[in-house]
Design a protein around this ligand. Sequence first.
Ligand SMILES: [Zn+2]
Length: 173
Amino acid sequence: MPNTGEKPGKGRYRCTKCGQVVVFDNASDTLPPCPKCNNAEFEKVGQEEKMDLLKTNFEDWVGKKPDSESLNTVKKNFLFYFKKVIGIIPFIDQVVALWLMLNDKEYPLIKKGICVFALLYFIMPVDLIPDTIPVAGFLDDAGIISGAIAIYNKDIIEYSANAGNWLKENGFK
Ligand SMILES: [Zn+2]
């Protein structure tokens, strides 16, 4: 089990006492004492568990700058996963609107937290499940995506308006 003062590498670590999760982007970072309860003992959070945590922590991502690990994961994997599911899922325009927002350099990074969160949640099954994906598996995704859209409210309008064009330009329509 990783302890305070050690360098456990990239990942998420949960305090064994209070459950607070610490995110590590940098392999050379030293694990601090728990920021909440000062405990020194942590456990690493696994991939599937990570997804559950993401879901329960939805609110935590609102109005926050996304961590670079999550941002890079989305940027690297989005198109690959998008191509696989485009014919199956009904909320494509919403997903594209979030993707366009993510890639807009004019839109402040500090406000992109929930955008990255929603897209991360959307692409995550890419590592976890095989090629044939039951539609029921998307119910969660749909909830998260529309939740994010609702939070962005007016900010998302211009990206939604451009979603159709983006789909055409990229040969999806
Ligand atoms: Zn703690």
